[in-house]
Ligand binder design. Sequence first.
Ligand SMILES: [Zn+2]
Length: 124
Amino acid sequence: MKTTELKAYKERLLSLRARLRGDVSQMADAALKKRRSEANGDLSSMPIHMADIGTDNFEQEFTLSLMQTEEETLDLIEGSLERIEEGTYGQCEECGVKIPKTRLNAIPYASLCVKCATQREQGF
Ligand SMILES: [Zn+2]
């Protein structure tokens, strides 16, 4: 993979990481506010509202991938950042083939090719 491409994925991973971490602290904030307003007897304020969810494919894939726990996703992002440093980013950890760019574009922290990811999901 070209250095410029790697750099782009790295930036994307870094911003995803920042976003996930931000989301986590926002959720903690919201929980705190909720507790406070409940203590005040103010039940009308709804602290949790859906964040600005975009409509393009990337956003959709990202939202779907949030079905994993945020911690798992953060781990995957950390792993991908390490692989960028090691020069193995974009290769399947299982079989070593190049992960298609369409997959990396959708899930920049993917560490397995589609075949291996499917097999793992099915428990092989
Ligand atoms: Zn593979």
